[in-house]
Design a protein. Structure first.
Ligand code: SF4
Ligand code: SF4
Ligand code: SF4
Ligand code: SF4
Ligand code: FES
Lengths: 834, 190
């Protein structure tokens, strides 16, 4: 601790605190351009100059740490005139075209000059111009370098946080231009974080270009709907059209960052094709109807026998809606057949919940990153949870720790890892087992026969996992030497369930050897965790309590529908036809359904089969809470009213419930949350008061929002042996699937901006494979399995495991679920030039 | 003493109807003086001074490019929020920049004619004209759109104003129009 005097006020701060932070702490504002907490300090803009007594020159406070006994003045006339002069320099060549600049009204340079600046210009010379016209750097970024203040925040955020590292500085001094490699069109993550950090109108969003002024926008502070990272954002509309989504500095766990989906994907909300009125099937055609009619038809068709009723709710609904949905089924319909995923097996989900200790309450990603070793396994985190990827990158760069990534696919985060393991897809179990054996070798050492058995087993599982023993040993060594370990386990464990029990075993083993272990599930749907915790699961009720009666999961429900054992299916927000991992089975079942109710925002493939379609609200049109993958319950807020006769899903579910039981259900989301809190131990402390609380000093981890533990649980963890893929020389590639970086499920396909970024499917294979097939990046190739073939564009990835092909599950022109077959393992495909 | 005097004076005034006569002189004076009533709008119209603030106009450069860059400063400055500007991108050379107004409209019945919008405009695109005749037969004409506002106004900038000009009164379905003959003016008395 050191004591310094700032403007005569004595304060004591930690060693190595920057003068800037100390001054802000003491309540003095110092203007900055290039400083940003979490980015490496470069001290280039000189806005933050302060006077240190005894030193003749002013010092940049953003890179100067305090020393004991320093006397610092931040508001003397010298400092003030230095600020004005710095601004005068910046303005000397600044375009000053505020009237046409999209940043006008929220520009840091404007504010700064207004506050500190010279209010008169002295330069009559013609200004230096980089270029006459703004140029597009990507489909979402447009650049005007004439307005640059050379703070390099764009370059640093791209390198240090996003990890794309595609921006750099061209030229020097005031002729320095921050741009892409010789201004070429960027093929990057398109997340627009450079736009967000740019203090001036230099990096600008193309979809927002010349649409409005910031002061025309009405905003709502909400949570992103596209993955379970749970980024906080403000969505803004003008005249009923969603204009932009932006992050806020120092707020939410994401601070100023978002990914492409979050920043550009919400325009789907105000598309004209939204469902606006209930539809009822009459004489084979869906026709508009009133709510009264639609609800009456539903009521008439609900069978009295609960076993003949089934429900599937989307993990994108709010906790309150999901809670009500399961209440409707369990208490009103007397049915146990509910599920929250069209893709995953409920038993695998249960095992995953147990293996990831989700019932033990929330785990903060920041706490996980405090661990000495962090393992990311079963997740393409850079694509599925981009902001989690940023958090891992940023924190791992700043401290000594091990980051281990186990995945068949290369990913952006690899560059931060000090151990990459490329195992065969679907062999995470074998990999984990080899790690467990290797970790445990000390225990069996010297036990004679047991030792041989263990090493024999180790060799066989290592080769089964397709990794070299060296990597496994190295991971085991890292685990042994770490006092704390965090495992981030992703959705690959659930896509083709496998290795879940081994995950649990590794966790328990590490715990029993005295290490602090935390497991963070990495999920791809905004409220997947909430859906499980609300009890939308055939065998688990709220707070993972075992349900009295075990119902059918999606898979079994579809089978029952096909067989005529289930008459009434209510699908809320889920697109089963296009997400269920076997399109043929799903569409056959839906086509045979006796009565199908679909509640959604768009006319999805599933809704086309429905007998009644109910128009629901998009995430910006309702209120409620989402629980992210960490177990942080955060509030989403309403910005607009749903279009036409569409209604918030909570109201729809309640209206259906009230037809059967007039006393059903709380009247609004606050009352619903109260009901959840009183009945669900995990949520008993969740409060709207601390939801979305602002943190002013960039401390992003609001721990009070984490849900509590569920107490003693009786979750079962079965081991799932993945069905082996039928290997043959004809189909050499193992197909892996997941979300594309720009897309999440099918929802983002409706976003104009995102489908502008990438609409047609791409398949990704390793560079070596491509070379041996004589293919290169961008070629059109035919992906063929024994059941289906599609022509798509090829992408090559450096460092992916050979003989693996990645096809994202989002694209309309290549529905992955046509490759998949119910009851079979991951499909094998061939790739040939089209 | 003085009180009595005053009372007597009062009495005399009453008997002689002095107040009545006083009032009558004013009336009679006006009766013989020159009339200041404008025969508006049938025959005459007042042409306002140059600094008068009337209906908005949007202006162009000499080469015909729209000056408005849709910066929305006018609408921000406006105390009654009666201007709506929606910008858009346009590279065809319509405006002086590639940012032009998709919509620029003003609600004239809410406007105060304070001129703040004029002051705020960085390109002098919006100017208040001397047009003050807003009468119309329905409310549609109270909102003026960009297309209308871009039409050149009749009164030439060089004309001084503050006079009464000969005019013709035209009534049509679209509203009421006064046609002025600027070559035939007289000074406005007062
Ligand atoms: S483009 Fe923006 S963020 Fe980048 S250096 Fe220039 S002013 Fe800073
Ligand atoms: S990382 Fe996930 S939550 Fe965050 S902005 Fe992207 S999609 Fe949204
Ligand atoms: S004159 Fe005043 S009230 Fe009227 S539009 Fe302009 S700023 Fe608004
Ligand atoms: S009239 Fe002037 S102030 Fe108003 S939007 Fe156009 S340029 Fe801006
Ligand atoms: S903020 Fe300190 S030099 Fe830029």
């Amino acid at each position: 601790m050191v004591t310094v005097k700032i403007n005569g006020k004595e304060i004591t701060v930690e060693d190595n605190t920057l003068i800037l932070d100390a001054a802000r702490h003491a309540g003095y504002e110092i203007p900055t351009f290039c400083y940003q907490a979490d980015l490496v300090g470069i001290g280039s803009c000189r806005m933050c100059l302060v006077e240190i007594e005894g030193q003749r020159k002013l010092q940049p406070s953003c890179v100067t740490p305090v020393l004991h006994g320093m006397a610092i003045n931040t508001e003397t006339p010298t400092v003030m005139s230095a600020r004005a002069s710095m601004l005068e320099f910046l303005l000397a060549n600044h375009a000053l075209d505020c009237p046409v600049c999209d940043k006008g009204g929220e520009c840091e340079l404007q504010d700064m000059v207004y506050k500190y600046g010279p209010h008169k210009g002295r330069h009559a010379e013609p200004k230096f111009k980089f270029q006459e016209k703004d140029y597009a750097l990507s489909p979402v970024i447009i650049k005007n370098s004439n307005r640059c203040v050379q703070c390099l925040k764009c370059v640093r955020v791209c390198r240090e946080v996003v990890g794309a590292n595609v921006l750099g500085a061209l030229g020097r001094g005031d002729h320095q231009e921050e741009t892409s490699f010789f201004r070429h069109f960027l093929d990057c993550d398109q997340d627009g974080n450079c736009i967000e950090v740019c203090p001036v109108g230099c990096f600008m969003r193309l979809p927002y270009r010349y649409k409005t002024r910031p002061w025309d926008l009405k905003g709502a502070d909400t949570i992103c709907q596209w993955c379970a990272t749970g980024c906080r954002m403000v969505i803004e509309e003008r005249d009923g059209v969603l204009i932009r989504s932006k992050a806020q500095f120092g707020v939410g766990l994401n601070s100023e960052t978002l990914c492409a989906r979050g920043r550009f994907g919400n325009d789907s909300m105000t598309r004209a094709e939204r469902l606006k009125t209930p539809l009822v099937r009459r004489f084979g055609k869906l026709e508009p109807a009133s709510w009264q009619e639609a609800l009456a038809v539903i009521k008439d068709n609900v069978p009295s026998d609960g076993e003949r009723i089934g429900g599937i709710a989307s993990p994108r609904l709010t906790n309150e809606e999901l809670y009500l949905f399961q209440k409707l089924f369990r208490n009103v319909f007397g049915s146990a057949n509910i599920d929250s995923s069209a893709r995953w097996d409920p038993d695998a989900v249960e095992a995953f919940i147990k293996a990831a200790s989700m019932d033990a309450g929330g785990v903060s990603v920041f706490d996980c990153m405090e661990s000495e070793t962090v393992i990311v396994i079963g997740s393409q985190v850079s694509d599925e949870n981009p902001v989690t990827d940023y958090i891992i990158r940023r924190i791992s760069a700043g401290r000594r720790m091990n980051l281990v990534i186990a995945s068949p696919r290369a990913m952006k985060l690899d560059s931060s890892a000090n151990l990459k393991i490329r195992h065969t897809a679907g062999k995470a179990g074998a990999l984990l087992e080899s790690v467990i054996l290797s970790f445990n070798s000390a225990r069996v050492a010297g036990t004679g026969g047991l030792e041989d058995m263990a090493s024999g087993r180790l060799a066989s599982v290592t080769s089964e996992a397709g990794v070299d023993g060296e990597a496994v040993e190295s991971l085991a060594r890292k685990l042994k030497s770490s006092g704390s370990v965090a495992i981030m386990a992703g959705t690959d464990f659930l896509r083709f369930p496998e290795g879940i029990a081994k995950l649990g075993l590794l966790k328990d083993l590490l715990k029993s050897s005295g290490k602090k272990v935390s497991v963070l599930p990495l999920l791809d749907r905004a409220n997947q965790r909430g859906a499980w915790e609300m009890g939308v699961h055939p065998s688990l009720g709220p707070a993972y309590a075992r349900a009295k009666q075990k119902g059918l999961g999606t898979d079994e429900m579809l089978e029952a529908v096909s067989k005529g054992a289930l008459d009434f299916l209510y699908i809320a927000g889920s697109d089963v036809a296009s997400m269920y991992p076997d399109e043929g089975v799903a569409t056959a079942a839906l086509g045979r359904a006796r009565f199908l109710v679909v509640q959604d925002t768009f006319m999805t493939d599933t809704a086309k089969f429905a007998h009644v379609v109910l128009p629901g609200a998009a995430f910006g049109e309702k209120e409620g809470t989402f629980t992210n993958q960490e177990g942080r319950a955060q509030a989403i807020r309403r910005l607009m009213h749903p279009p036409g006769k569409a209604k918030p899903d909570l109201d729809i579910i309640r209206a259906i419930g009230e037809r059967f039981d007039p006393s059903f259900g709380p009247k609004n989301f606050v009352l619903a949350l109260d009901e959840i809190r009183s009945g669900n131990r995990m949520y008993s402390n969740v409060s709207l008061a601390f939801n979305n609380k602002k943190n002013s000093d960039n401390r992003l981890d609001s721990k009070e929002a984490l849900v509590q533990g569920a107490g003693a649980s009786d979750l079962e963890a079965k081991e799932f042996a993945q069905k082996p893929s039928a290997e043959s020389a004809e189909y050499p590639f193992r197909l892996i699937t997941g979300n594309h970086l720009f897309h999440s499920g099918k929802g983002t396909m409706r976003s104009e901006t995102l489908s502008g970024l990438l609409k047609a499917a791409v398949v990704e294979i390793s560079e070596e494979d491509a070379a041996s097939l004589g293919l290169k990046n961008g070629d059109r190739v035919r992906v063929k399995s024994k059941d289906y073939a599609a022509v798509v564009t090829l992408r090559t990835a450096r460092g992916s495991k050979n003989a693996h092909a990645f096809l994202a599950e989002n694209f309309e022109d290549c529905p992955v679920n046509r490759f998949l077959r119910r009851g079979e393992g991951p499909p094998m495909v061939s790739i040939t030039r089209a | 003493m003085a009180e009595d005097k005053g009372r007597i004076l009062e009495l005399i005034k009453r008997v002689l109807f002095t107040d009545f006569v006083k009032g009558l002189t004013v009336t009679l004076g006006y009766n013989v003086s020159k009339s200041i009533t404008h025969k508006y709008p049938d025959e005459e119209k007042w042409v306002p001074y140059r600094r008068f603030r009337g209906v908005h106009t949007l202006n162009r450069t000499e080469t015909g490019k729209e000056l408005c860059v849709a910066c929305e400063l006018c609408s921000k400055a406006c105390p009654t929020q009666c201007i709506t500007v929606i910008p858009m991108e346009d590279d065809t050379g319509r405006g002086i920049a590639d940012r032009v107004a998709k919509v620029w409209k003003v609600d004239l019945v809410r406007c105060l004619y304070c001129g703040y919008c004029e002051d705020a405009c960085p390109t002098r695109a919006v100017r208040l004209s001397r047009e003050y005749e807003l009468a119309c037969t329905d409310l549609s004409c109270t909102v003026r759109q960009r297309e209308d506002l871009l039409k050149p106004v009749q009164v030439p900038e060089s004309f001084e104003g503050g006079v009464i000009a000969k005019s013709e009164f035209l009534r049509s379905k679209r509203g009421i129009k006064v046609k002025v003959d600027l070559s035939n003016t007289r000074k406005r008395p007062l």
